[in-house]
Design a protein around this ligand. Structure first.
Ligand SMILES: O=C1C[C@@H](O)[C@H](O)[C@@H](O)C1=O
Ligand SMILES: [Co+2]
Length: 306
């Protein structure tokens, strides 16, 4: 890990995007993984285009990279636990084989993240019975994940029923801390609530995984004013890497380290790879981390070993 307890990763989403598989479709796994090495990161998350475990492990070992985890879209409210558990276990088994640490769960019942609806105004809201089904189901999934050596981390997300700080509070209150942890995504909470520190301070003890996503304020303002969808917004450049947007990650990082957070911090900035060169932006993020978060003198493990 670089720094006492932190492993720095970068997500495939700058190269290929599971929400929009047509963009960056020419970027291969080998290209992505080699770019990650060039940019000095230690690992990544599994993208939808990744191969079976044995093939992936070979490519990872050749580059001394590791897998942090993978996204899982749950439909616990729509389908109930019986409709979700088999595919969840299948994904857990794959993640066990690639030696991942977490499975990232996001409830997608009535989500508008993949639609053309206004992501700033038309998110779904869950009623009491739905909250109950969601929290009970997540507790069960968390227990199942542990059987595979994985931690379930819940991803709050724009355009879903668990988006705002208030909704995240309810999810944290309604779930068992030993089974359900929180994935803290700076970009999503910033776009939703206008800041990222209050959520971090409130739930610091539950955080099991971190996504560092920055936002461009003027683009965000335009997207909100025009009522753009989630996908239109990121294609417009609403998100970017740390160091290129308006979030000050020094306070965020200091809080995480001060609290004793151990685990991954994954850079995750969806943009159109034809507009924002993925390696160029990975290098911008790496430089920002080294100069502003690790204090300039401290470099990442990979570079120290080189
Ligand atoms: O963690 C994430 C995974 C993506 O598929 C998602 O849409 C993105 O916004 C995100 O934060
Ligand atoms: Co994220």
């Amino acid at each position: 890990m670089s720094g006492p307890n932190i492993a720095w990763g970068i997500a495939p989403i700058g190269w290929r995007n599971d929400d929009m598989p047509e963009i960056g479709a020419g970027n291969t796994l080998q290209h992505l993984l080699s770019d990650i090495v060039v940019a000095g990161f230690e690992g990544t998350e599994v993208g939808g285009f990744f191969p079976e475990a044995s093939v992936l492990n070979k490519e990872l070992e050749l580059r001394r990279l590791r897998i942090a985890g993978q996204w899982f879209s749950s439909y616990l409210i729509r389908d109930g636990l019986p409709g979700v558990i088999d595919s969840f276990r299948t994904q857990c088994e794959y993640l066990r084989q690639v030696k991942a640490d977490v499975i990232v769960v996001s409830e997608q019942t009535r989500s508008i993240q993949g639609t053309d609806r206004d992501v700033f105004a038309e998110k779904p809201y869950f009623d009491d019975a739905e909250w109950d089904a969601l929290c009970r189901g997540l507790n069960e999934l968390g227990a199942a994940a542990a059987e595979y050596g994985l931690r379930l981390v819940y991803h709050h997300h724009m355009g879903t029923g668990v988006q705002t700080a208030e909704e995240i509070d309810r999810l944290m209150d309604g779930t068992d801390a030993s089974r359900v942890s929180l994935l803290y995504d700076t970009g999503h909470i910033f776009v939703s609530d206008g800041g990222c520190l209050p959520l971090l301070r409130k739930h610091i003890g539950r955080i099991g995984h971190v996504h560092f996503k920055d936002a461009r304020r003027t683009v965000l303002d335009d997207c909100r004013r025009d009522g753009r969808s989630f996908m239109q917004s990121f294609l417009s450049g609403m998100f970017t890497v740390p160091g290129d947007g308006c979030i000050d990650f020094r306070d965020v990082y200091a809080e995480l380290i001060g609290s004793g957070y151990r685990g991954w911090i994954v850079i995750e900035a969806e943009q159109d790879p034809d507009v924002a060169h993925p390696l160029e932006y990975a290098l911008i993020a790496r430089r920002y981390i080294d100069e502003h978060l690790l204090g300039g003198a401290q470099t990442n493990t990979r570079r120290t070993q080189a």
